[in-house]
Design a protein around this ligand. Sequence first.
Ligand SMILES: NC(=O)c1ccc[n+]([C@@H]2O[C@H](COP(=O)([O-])OP(=O)(O)OC[C@H]3O[C@@H](n4cnc5c(N)ncnc54)[C@H](OP(=O)(O)O)[C@@H]3O)[C@@H](O)[C@H]2O)c1
Length: 278
Amino acid sequence: MRVTIFGASGLLGKALISNWTGDAVTGLGSRDADIRAAERVRQVVQETRPEWIVLAAAYTDVDGCEGNPELAFAVNRDGAVNVATAAKEFGARLLFLSSDYVFDGKKTTPYESEDSRNPQSVYGRTKAEAEIRLLELMPDCCIVRTSWLFGVGGKCFPDTILKLAAGRPALDVVNDQRGCPTYVVDLAGAITQLCRRSACGIVHVTNAGDCTWFEFAQQIVRSAGLATTVRPVSSQRMARPAPRPAYSVLSPTRLQALGIEMPSWRDALGRYLELRPK
Ligand SMILES: NC(=O)c1ccc[n+]([C@@H]2O[C@H](COP(=O)([O-])OP(=O)(O)OC[C@H]3O[C@@H](n4cnc5c(N)ncnc54)[C@H](OP(=O)(O)O)[C@@H]3O)[C@@H](O)[C@H]2O)c1
């Protein structure tokens, strides 16, 4: 199978490139093809002739999106439409990466694929609008919603916590946002399986289990054997430009129906800590 990955230089993209074996994979960063440039996107799809395109490219700075909505929509929604248009023209299937931020966080039980979108941030709106446009353009596309990514090779929450914990006796971490941490290596494996199984529609893919950022930080510090105290605080104390959903646990029902099981986030964190350069 030939696969073309947009966003190959990002956290997930790097994991896709290093873990995807057995197929002919082409990875593209923004310097190879800016997804805002429709003609360039068309050209690279024509050249690489993929059976599957994985669209992991996005403007992912959630707070940055709040201050620069034009750029956010240009990349995350209109760029995605450019990729889908080229995919359609050249007969490629498309797997698009979306986010738990398409939900408002008001539920108290896991979000199912078919639950209504109600994004609260600019970033969430760009992803929600992209999903709608892509499903109109390519009803057989596969939309993978994921959350709280971590991995080696980019900025992520465990890395930040470990760097901060190394120099401080105590850390304050928010305890009123609950979600599912996701190791990019496990997500990359699931994406490969979804393409091989010819999946379509909306699928939620995260590591199993959920926690708050505080609980996640506690586990990170504990697993790394550090003595730093982690203190729970409310998000009001840590105000940021973009609102975050209070609850964005994604249900794996559809993923499991496709025969794919994800390891727990605690297991994934252990494997990440073993690999992370000390
Ligand atoms: N990180 C999370 O917690 C999280 C949660 C839910 C969903 N997601 C989604 O999962 C996907 C992967 O996230 P990630 O954390 O791996 O992202 P990331 O590390 O921020 O990487 C973003 C990628 O997008 C590329 N990119 C940015 N602007 C582009 C443009 N205009 N044209 C072409 N490429 C462009 C970057 O290329 P260059 O580096 O070459 O500029 C990079 O390869 C994204 O769709 C993201 O929205 C992420």
